[in-house]
Design a binder for this molecule. Sequence first.
Ligand SMILES: [Fe+2]
Length: 331
Amino acid sequence: MFSNDLETRPNMSKKRGSADCEWLEDCESAKHGAIRGIVRKWCAFRPNMSKKRGSADCEWFYHMKNFRISNYQIRSPKLRGLAPAVFLHISDVHLHSFDARAHFYLSCMRKENPDAILVTGDMNIGREHRTLLSSARFLIEAQKIAPVYYELGNHEYKLRIRRETSPLYERYEDKLRRNGITVLHNESAVFEKAGNTFRIHGLELPMVYYRKGLPPRHTGNLLNRLLGRCPQEEFQILLAHNPRYGQDYLAWGADLTLAGHYHGGVMHLGENRGLISPQFIPFPGFACGMFEQDGRHMIVSSGMGEHTVTVRINNPRELVVIRISGDPDKD
Ligand SMILES: [Fe+2]
């Protein structure tokens, strides 16, 4: 019982009016790598741009062109009332710096007026330690919009478990917690709205499940060992960065599972299909979009950024908005 309405925000383009932005658009449509390189350098020479949120802003426009907001609705007999709880799903932002893109995303998030923000990891870039600062700043700003529930992706998790980087990671997490952000390491937290209770679980899989080439095919009984058995009461939301194990997540029993990691498979080949996963597995399952099985749902974000492979074909960055309400047939 759901509807899937993917939308691009056409009205945003009306706000762009500067000659600079039109010039950038022309350069982009020319798809000329050298010119695009010059454009990026030119934008980098304008440090005040990131301060001009809401004004004509070249960087802002650049990201808008490659971005969409995906809307989903889910109805559950476990919930009462038809007024939905609004959740934002943020994944794979891979912030290089707290720049125009971060400001743009935060402004989009504010407009959605969410009740909670669910983050499925990879906010930073693992090998660039300074990007943790940008990630912290982004999440702290997001927490001012609505309570943030944060599950780590492989980029944060790697920093957390390596001896040489774990002190840095601990400082990062400490800063987040002091600002009210809920970080979930194979644990759960409760969110309540209008008499309805949502239990949010954050799954943290060992690094072997991110191995390139041939990662394990299944998690076996791992979810039960890490998270315990899925409770039946309340509405259960599972944050699980790696969608490769989607079948295991659905079998575990969460009403809604959120994932990311695949960045839409570099190239979208349809609503739920992508070309390749970060583990170099072609045509991976659960690549993007919404999946349903036995009344349980799984939504895989195409992510809000890139690293290393920065190509996206027919595969815009996306902010996911999920509205969850009671089932009118059961009320
Ligand atoms: Fe990832």
